[in-house]
Design a binder for this molecule. Sequence first.
Ligand SMILES: [Zn+2]
Length: 174
Amino acid sequence: MVPQRVWPPSDSDSPDDSAGFTPEIVDRAMGAALDAARRAAHAGDVPVGAAVFTRDAVVAVAGNTREQHSDPTAHAEITALREAAATAGGWRLEDCGMAVTLEPCPMCAGALVNARLRLLVYATSDPKAGAAGSLYNICQDRRLNHRLVVSPGFREEEAARLLSSFFLPRRGRR
Ligand SMILES: [Zn+2]
């Protein structure tokens, strides 16, 4: 995958890749997601962050709190979706996008479909659990009743660096 520092990807040949969102709002949302990932790492959780945005505002930001809350479902994406839906006053987030620092797992990819999100932008791929293109492509499965525009690789290096600096010292201690 070619790392993308700009969004939407300049090599994109599909006119609807932006899903109607501006590069500014997507960049702002990914910046907020990366900050949330850093906060997760400081609290001892795997550094993953997610942000839900509309066309003109970031409406929810969350980090992974699985360890902090002893909750297997407390992935950043789930918490951010819950906050966004609470703010919106409804579970349908059809006009929203999500920026997340790591490719969503099957649970989170399923939640994005259930929330009817329009766009998913993620930074780094997850070959071991990714369900938005790596192991599965739940977000774009034609058998399901909703599909998202999926845009991988945006600000990939920053997210990958957070993950490797979190895991490397741990491996060294063993
Ligand atoms: Zn997940």
